[in-house]
Design a protein around this ligand. Structure first.
Ligand SMILES: CCC/C=C/C(=O)SCCNC(=O)CCNC(=O)[C@H](O)C(C)(C)COP(=O)([O-])OP(=O)([O-])OC[C@H]1O[C@@H](n2cnc3c(N)ncnc32)[C@H](O)[C@@H]1OP(=O)([O-])[O-]
Length: 704
C-alpha cells in the first residue's frame, strides 16, 4: 500500500498506493511506517519524496474505517517520525491533499505542489477536526487567522493560493514528482520546521459559534487552534487528541459522514422503471436555451455560462430582456470574481424570439408557474426545436407528465427544478415522468453535475420531493400558532435545532403571497372566510388572512413579523399580530395553550419525516439518502443532523411512530400526522439501519 524506490541515485521515493484517492487506510499507514523506516535507515538515501500514485497525493484518512473498529498504526506517531527525520522529506502534491493528506504534507519538511491541486483540511465538514497534528502545525506555519479560516470552514485551496499563504514552498505546472525530486537533490540535510510566534484571536469563538448553528466541530476546531496559540507543541497535540475524542463518536460526526457518502449515492440514480445511472448514457450538450428571464431564468443562465455552456436566453419583451441582460452580466462578474474563474466572452445570446432556441440541444423553461402558459410553450417548442432536443421545465410542482403529453416526443421531457438563487444553491431536483427516456434523465443529471449541483433524480408528483414534504411542515407550524404558539416560539425552536431560519421568518423572506397563489390555484382560499376545514381536512386560513391585509412579508415591511421598512431584514415581534391572533382564536373558540419547543419540533419535523416515508413507499425517491440530500442542500436542514430521514433513524423509528400516533389521536383531522405504513413496516422489521431501508422498501408486502 506504499512503495519505496530509489531515484536519481540518492532520493527515496515513497508512493502511496490506494486508488482512487490514496486514502490513509490501515494498510497505507503501515506502508508509510515501513517505507519511511527503510528510507531513513538506508545510507544511500540522502533525501525522501512522498507522492501518491495516479496523480492524487492523498484524500485523507479512510472515512469508511471511521464507522468500525480502527486497527493499524495511528497517524500522529507516523507524522511525528517523518517530521523528526534527519533527512529532508519533501511532499509532491498532485490532485488532492485533503485532511490527513495535507497533514501528512505538513509533517514533511517541504511541499511542492501542482498549481491546480486542491489542498484543505475539510475534517470539520465530517464532524471532526484535523487531529493528526493539523491544528498545531498549520497555525505554526501560516499564523492563527489564516489557519482558523481554513480549519473552521474546511474550504479547499488551489496550489497557487497555498503558495501565497505559505503552506507550500513551490508550485509547478510541470511534472510534480520530478520537480520534487529535483528540489530534494538541491537541499542540504536538516529540516525546515517553521515555528511562528502565535497569539490568540479575540472574538473568533463567538463568530464561529453563531455561524455553526449548533454544530460542535467548528467550535472544537477553534479550541484546538487556540491551544496552538497558547501551549507548547506537545501539549497542543494532547489538547487536539482530547478534543478529537469528544467529536469522534458523536452523533453529529455520524450524520456528517453519512452526508458525505449520501452525496455520492444520489449521483448513482435509479428509477422504478429500471433505468439506472450506469446503463444510461447522457447526450452531449454544448448549447442550452433558457426561456423566461425572471429571477430563476437569470440564475440558471448564470449557472450554465459559468459551467462553460453556450446559452440562448429568451424573454418576450425587449425591455425585460435588456433588464435581464444587465442583471445577468453583473451576477456573472461577481460570481466569477468570487470563485476566481475567468469568463469566456460572448457565451450568452439574448433574444425576444422563441425561434432563437431552434438549434439548441436542451431547453430549460423558466416562465411563470402557470400550467396554461407552460402547456402552450411546450407545444411550440416541440414544433420548432430539433427532433431530439430535450425539453426541461423548471416547475417547482406542476405535472411533468402532463407537460410531456403536449409534445411530439414525451420521452424527451424532464423536470429540472432549481432553487433560488439558481447560480448559488447546490440542489437540483431532476424529475422524471413515466415516459421520460433514461437518456433524458442521464443528460439532465450530467448537466447538473457540470453546473456543480448535487442533482437528485425523483419521480413525478405534486411538489416532487422537496415541496411536497414542505407542505405538512409549514401547515403544522400554522396549526401550532392557532393553538397558542407565536411565530417567535416556533421559529426559535427550529433555529435552535439548526435551521438557519424558522418557518415564519423564511415565509416572510420568500413572500407570503407565493404560498397564497399556490393555495388559490388549489381552490383552498375562500376570501374573508375563517373556516378551518377545507376539502375535508384541517386548514389554517391565517396566511390567507395576512395576505388579505397586504402583509406579504419583508417586501411590504410586515408579515408574520414587523420590519423597520419594506425590504428590511430585521424581524421584530409585531404587537398587532399578537392581538390579531388573540381575536382570531376567540372567534374560532380556540383556547390558547402553552406550546414548548419539544412539541414544535415533533409536530413540524415528524410531519415532514412522515411525508418522506410516504414518498419512499411510493417510489418517488429511490432511497432515504435522496430525501436527505434534497433537504440538506435545498431547504437548510442542518447538515450535522444528516437530513430528516437520518434524523428519524437517530431519534429511533419506534419513537417517531409513537409520537405521530399520539398527535394523530389528538388531531384526527390532520391526515399528515397519520403514520405512514412504511414507517410501521420498518418498525416491525426491528428499525434497521438506514443503509438497509432500501431492501425493506423493495420487499413485497401486503397492505392488509
Ligand atoms: C484521524 C485524523 C484526522 C484526519 C481526518 C481525515 O483525513 S478525514 C478525511 C478528510 N478528507 C476528505 O474529506 C476528502 C474527501 N474526499 C473528497 O473530497 C473527494 O473524494 C476528492 C476531492 C478527494 C476526489 O473527488 P472526486 O470527485 O475525484 O471523487 P469522489 O469524491 O467521487 O470519490 C471517489 C471515491 O473515493 C471515495 N473517497 C473519497 N475520499 C475518501 C476518503 N477520504 N475515504 C474513503 N473513501 C473516500 C468516495 O466515496 C468515492 O467512492 P465511490 O462512490 O466511488 O465508491
Amino acid at each position: 500500500m506504499a512503495a519505496l524506490t530509489r531515484v536519481s541515485g540518492s532520493v527515496g521515493l515513497i508512493s502511496l498506493l490506494n486508488p482512487p484517492v490514496n486514502a490513509l487506510s490501515a494498510a497505507v499507514r503501515q506502508g508509510i511506517v515501513d517505507t519511511v523506516r527503510r528510507a531513513v535507515s538506508d545510507p544511500q538515501v540522502k533525501s525522501v519524496v512522498i507522492c501518491g500514485q495516479n496523480g492524487v497525493f492523498c484524500g485523507g484518512a479512510d472515512i469508511k474505517e471511521f464507522g468500525g473498529h480502527m486497527s493499524g498504526p495511528p497517524l500522529v506517531p507516523i507524522f511525528n517520525t517523518i517530521e523528526a527525520a534527519d533527512k529532508p522529506v519533501v511532499a509532491a502534491i498532485e490532485g488532492s491533499a485533503l485532511g490527513g493528506g495535507l497533514e501528512l504534507a505538513l509533517a514533511c519538511h517541504y511541499r511542492i505542489t501542482q498549481s491546480k491541486a486542491r489542498l484543505g483540511l475539510p475534517e470539520v465538514s465530517l464532524g471532526l477536526l484535523p487531529a493528526a497534528g493539523g491544528t498545531q502545525r498549520l497555525p505554526r506555519l501560516i499564523g492563527v487567522p489564516a489557519a482558523l479560516d481554513l480549519i473552521t470552514t474546511g474550504r479547499h485551496l488551489t496550489g497557487a493560493e497555498a503558495l501565497k499563504l505559505g503552506i507550500v514552498d513551490q508550485v509547478t505546472d510541470q511534472n510534480t514528482v520530478e520537480a520534487a525530486v529535483k528540489f530534494a537533490l538541491s537541499i542540504p540535510s536538516g529540516c525546515n520546521i517553521c515555528r511562528l510566534h502565535l497569539s490568540e484571536r479575540p472574538g473568533v469563538m463567538q463568530r464561529v459559534k453563531k455561524s455553526a448553528h449548533g454544530a460542535i466541530a467548528p467550535v472544537a476546531c477553534v479550541q484546538a487552534v487556540q491551544a496552538a496559540a497558547t501551549l507548547p507543541f506537545t501539549q497542543g497535540m494532547q489538547r487536539e487528541q482530547e478534543l478529537m475524542a469528544t467529536l469522534f463518536g458523536s452523533g453529529q460526526a455520524r450524520a456528517l459522514q453519512y452526508c458525505f457518502f449520501s452525496q455520492r449515492v444520489v449521483s448513482k440514480w435509479s428509477s422504478p422503471s429500471g433505468s439506472r445511472w450506469d446503463t444510461s448514457k447522457p447526450k452531449p450538450v454544448t448549447k442550452v436555451g433558457v426561456i423566461g428571464l425572471g429571477t430563476m431564468g437569470r440564475g440558471i443562465t448564470v449557472a450554465l455560462a459559468l459551467a462553460g455552456l453556450s446559452v440562448v436566453a429568451v424573454e418576450t419583451q425587449q425591455q425585460q430582456m435588456m433588464a435581464a441582460q444587465h442583471a445577468v452580466s453583473g451576477m456573472l462578474e461577481r460570481t466569477a470574481r468570487r470563485r476566481g474563474v475567468s469568463l469566456v466572452g460572448d457565451q450568452i445570446r439574448y433574444s425576444v424570439e422563441l425561434e432563437a432556441v431552434a438549434d439548441v440541444e436542451l431547453v430549460i423553461e423558466a416562465v411563470f408557474e402557470d400550467m396554461a402558459l407552460k402547456e402552450k410553450l411546450f407545444k411550440q417548442l416541440s414544433t420548432l426545436c430539433k427532433a431530439d432536443t430535450l425539453l426541461c421545465s423548471n416547475t417547482s410542482s406542476l405535472d411533468i407528465d402532463h407537460l410531456a403529453s403536449q409534445t411530439h416526443s414525451p420521452q424527451l421531457v424532464v423536470g429540472m427544478h432549481f432553487f433560488a438563487p439558481a447560480h448559488v444553491m447546490k440542489l437540483l431536483e431532476v424529475v422524471y415522468g413515466p415516459r421520460s427516456a433514461p437518456q433524458a434523465v442521464a443528460t439532465a443529471m450530467e448537466l447538473g453535475k457540470r453546473m456543480g449541483k448535487v442533482s437528485v433524480a425523483v419521480g413525478n408528483c405534486s411538489g416532487f420531493v422537496g415541496n411536497r414534504m414542505l407542505m405538512p411542515y409549514v401547515e403544522e407550524a400554522s396549526f401550532l400558532v392557532e393553538e397558542g404558539a407565536s411565530p417567535e416560539i416556533v421559529d426559535r425552536a427550529l433555529e435552535e435545532f439548526g435551521f438557519p431560519m424558522g418557518v415564519f421568518r423564511m415565509s416572510d423572506l420568500s413572500g407570503l403571497d407565493v404560498g397564497w397563489k399556490v393555495r388559490k390555484a388549489r381552490g383552498l382560499v375562500e376570501p374573508g372566510q375563517m373556516s378551518r376545514v377545507r376539502q375535508g381536512r384541517r386548514y389554517s386560513p391565517l396566511g390567507d388572512l395576512l395576505c388579505e391585509q397586504g402583509r406579504f412579508g419583508q417586501k411590504t415591511g410586515r408579515g408574520w413579523y414587523l420590519y423597520d421598512s419594506a425590504g428590511s431584514r430585521e424581524a421584530q415581534p409585531d404587537p398587532w399580530l399578537q392581538s390579531f391572533l388573540e381575536e382570531y382564536r376567540a372567534r374560532q373558540g380556540l383556547v390558547s395553550r402553552r406550546i414548548d419547543s419539544q412539541e414544535v419540533l415533533e409536530r413540524c419535523l415528524y410531519a415532514l419525516i412522515n411525508e418522506g416515508f410516504n414518498i419512499l413507499q411510493e417510489g418517488i425517491a429511490a432511497g432515504p439518502e435522496d430525501i436527505d440530500m434534497i433537504y440538506v442542500f435545498g431547504y437548510g436542514f442542518p447538515r450535522h443532523r444528516g437530513g430528516p430521514m437520518f434524523y428519524a433513524s437517530q431519534v429511533g423509528l419506534a419513537q417517531v411512530l409513537q409520537r405521530l400516533e399520539h398527535y394523530q389521536q389528538l388531531h384526527p383531522d390532520i391526515p399528515h400526522l397519520r403514520p405512514s405504513s412504511l414507517l410501521r413496516r420498518l418498525v416491525s422489521s426491528g428499525s434497521p439501519r438506514i443503509q438497509r431501508w432500501r431492501e425493506i422498501i423493495r420487499m413485497p408486502h401486503s397492505s392488509l
